[in-house]
Design a protein around this ligand. Structure first.
Ligand SMILES: [Zn+2]
Length: 708
């Protein structure tokens, strides 16, 4: 989605005053709707206390109407298409709608209710149709193409050229170059893909819900900690089963069972249920869906002029093409598999020592790994938490930003918020200039979805040559304070806080000269600003500044920090291998270039045999329940989690080389990455920061795949 410079709007309004006036007239009927008034709030933040659910639908309709007027104005131009009269106003169109959508979606995630969900169902089709009206507008495409075709003769800046090419490709990737018959076919394929995707997800959901083991006899609890027993009882109760214990294939239920249950046959039963989902040759079987999805994607890619679906997807990613991704995965696979084999040998010797008399199987891995972990690194979460109060961590992050960039975060009181628990801060440059506003919303409550995320209520943009400051937010579900203690976070929560803050920081530092930002940042680099922040979280130099016992003020003991670091490498062979197997499977399905009547089970088996996956590890996802790639938008993209990992570890090396608070390195990271992502080729930006392409070794070290 794209913001506007109002300067451009101003010209449009002068040229097409007649079109704009009725809009102004209509607004006067909207009386109390705050979306139709100028906001007088501090920093022009949304006046949350005035926004009611009933304001959204009329505002969306108006936003769509306004953007359509802006598009029509571009088309009404009699002048030959230029960057200034076509690309810029297109880039500047829809600012009202974009900000409205940002507010709406943030509420839908963080403070939702049934009415808002119903409104979302009304709004989604309106927005989808509106976007199609722009993307499939032949006259608009003709103007964009005319500018694109003369791009070499125009004296465009690097960023302008990048934006022009991005826009042009957006049109052709959606079929703008096809003839009417082909366009019809494309629309048909897209519809079929949408239906198959939904059916795939529906079947996985149904499998998740039916796949469970029921324990009738308390003797079968053996090994389970009380909390895991209680969880099983709770699940049973929800299913209306009294005096029974139920464990499902959902990860929070399955993993503790596999970790602790001493009943090997029950572990096998549960894990088999997990990895045979969608592959039981019954009404929930997903093999046919997967086969048809893979084939239709081949047809669509070829129709659009790409050899394979992976070629189509990767064109817009930093990796650029399947060969690069495959080489990347192969480079990781060999050391990961070797480490996993060593780990398997360790687990087997534990089994042998206990006279288990069986071969390690996939359902044994969690159980013996947990035993080994306790033997090697036992330390208690409750010992750590008192050093990580929420207030201390927040202060630690602010201190880090001050040390690196001189940034200051000043608490703002009495700001409009969507919930009283939300905290608001003003971010300022070292010289005191206003940079942006940050909302932080820390704890779970009904109406907030699970997990942690960051986003913007307003992206930075330019108006009359002046930067309009962004508004970012981060939302988490962290441990709450209790009657006698502040919120004391787990290590996972600590790194999550640093991670999400990194996303917010990028939004706050974003320059905003051309829009088209967030949605256009190549996926495989978008996690760099967030993941790199996690590196600082457990650095002794920073811990010393923030990780203080909430009662005594004592710093965290160094031996505890050392243990934490070591334990981080445990079982990484397994985790890396099961991840890579899934990433390789994803690429295998989406690198196919010809439609074929694939036998899904055989195809997958062939891939796993080819890479030599050991029998005690199952791919993190098998084809028939791989929702990321068959219903989640990650097709030919599952690799990107590790790709961003390579970038973040290599980028952090730059800091380690010069000192983790080195200001010059921080300035280069800000100038080339934090301010620029989404405006130029990401590989080029990265080289400018680092002076070289990223190296894979720091990532391998962080996974324990090569020696420090
Ligand atoms: Zn993230």
């Amino acid at each position: 989605m794209h913001k506007k410079t109002v300067f451009r709007l101003f010209i449009l309004m002068m040229l097409f005053g007649a079109l704009i006036q009725p809009a102004a007239a209509r607004e006067s009927h909207q009386g109390g709707n705050p979306f139709f008034k100028a906001w007088t709030t501090p920093f022009r933040v949304p006046p949350f206390e005035k926004i009611k659910n009933s304001h959204f639908l009329p505002a969306f309709k108006e936003g769509i109407r306004r953007e359509q007027i802006e598009i029509d104005a571009i088309l009404a131009s009699k002048a030959a298409p230029t960057f200034a009269n076509t690309i810029l106003p297109l880039d500047n169109s829809g600012i009202f709608l974009t900000e409205l959508e940002a507010i709406f979606r943030s509420l839908l995630d963080a403070e939702t209710n049934d009415e808002l969900q119903r409104i979302a169902q009304q709004v989604e089709p309106l927005l989808a149709e509106h976007r199609d009206n722009i993307t499939l507008n032949e006259k608009l495409f003709a103007r964009v193409k005319a500018v694109y075709d003369q791009r070499d003769r125009l004296s465009l800046s690097t960023e302008e050229r990048f934006q022009l090419e991005l826009r042009y490709r957006h049109f052709i990737r959606n079929g703008a170059l096809l003839d009417p018959k082909q366009k019809f076919k494309l629309r048909e394929i897209n519809q079929q893909l949408a239906l198959l995707t939904l059916d795939f997800a529906k079947k996985v959901l149904a499998e998740d819900n039916r796949s469970r083991i029921v324990i009738n006899n308390p003797a079968d609890w053996i090994g389970l900690p009380p909390a895991v027993v209680a969880m099983g009882a709770e699940t049973a109760k929800q299913l209306g089963l009294e005096d029974k214990w139920v464990y499902t294939v959902k990860v929070p239920s399955m993993t503790p069972f596999l970790q602790y249950s001493q009943k090997r046959e029950l572990r096998e039963q549960l894990h088999r249920l997990y990895f045979t989902r969608g592959d039981r040759d019954d009404e929930l079987d997903n093999k046919e869906n997967a086969r048809r999805l893979a084939n239709l994607r081949i047809v669509r890619a070829r129709l659009l002029g790409y050899p394979s679906h992976a070629d189509f997807v990767l064109e817009e990613r930093m990796a650029k093409n399947p060969a690069t991704v495959n080489a990347f995965l192969k480079q990781l696979w060999t050391p990961a598999l070797k480490r996993a084999q060593n780990e398997a040998a360790d687990l087997q010797s534990l089994i042998d020592k206990e006279k288990g008399n069986f071969q390690l199987a996939s359902w044994d891995w969690w159980f013996y790994a947990e035993k080994l972990r306790q033997q090697k690194y036992a330390f208690d979460d409750t010992v750590l938490r008192p050093y990580f109060s929420l207030e201390n961590i927040r202060q630690g992050i602010f201190t880090l930003c001050d040390k690196l960039w001189g940034l200051k975060f000043i608490p703002l009181k009495n700001m409009p918020v969507y919930h009283p628990e939300v905290e608001v801060y003003e971010a300022r440059e070292a010289d005191g200039r206003h940079l942006g506003v940050l909302y932080m919303d820390f704890h779970p409550r009904p109406g907030k979805r699970g997990g942690a995320w960051s986003g913007t209520l307003r992206d930075a943009y330019y108006q009359n040559g002046k930067r309009q400051a962004p508004i970012s937010f981060l939302v988490c579900n962290f441990t709450r304070p209790t009657a006698d203690a502040p919120a004391l976070l787990s290590i996972d929560e600590v790194t999550t806080f640093f991670h999400e803050f990194g996303h917010s920081l990028r939004a706050l530092l974003d320059d905003g000269r051309l829009r088209g930002r967030d949605g256009d940042i190549a996926w495989d680099i978008v996690e760099l600003p967030s993941q790199i922040m996690e590196n600082w979280a457990l650095e002794p130099e920073l811990l010393d500044l923030y990780a203080r016992h909430y009662q005594t003020g004592q710093p965290i003991p160094t031996e505890l920090v050392a243990k934490l670091k070591q334990a981080g490498l445990f079982n990484q062979g397994f985790e890396t291998t099961e991840f890579l197997a899934a990433a390789i499977l994803d690429m295998a399905w989406h690198s196919l270039t010809a439609v074929c009547d694939y036998d899904v089970r055989q195809f997958e088996k062939g891939v796993m045999e080819f890479i030599g996956l050991i029998p005690s590890i199952v791919s993190r996802y098998r084809t028939t329940y791989f929702k990321h790639i068959f219903s989640g938008g990650y097709s030919a993209g599952y690799y990107s989690y590790y790709w961003a990992g390579v970038l973040d570890k290599d980028a952090y090396e730059a800091f380690k080389e010069k000192g983790i608070f080195d200001k010059a390195t921080a300035a280069a990271f800000r100038a080339n990455i934090l301010e620029k992502l989404g405006t130029e080729d990401p590989a080029e930006l990265y080289r400018r920061f680092r002076g070289a392409d990223p190296k894979i070794e720091p990532f391998l070290k962080s996974k324990g795949l090569i020696e420090e």
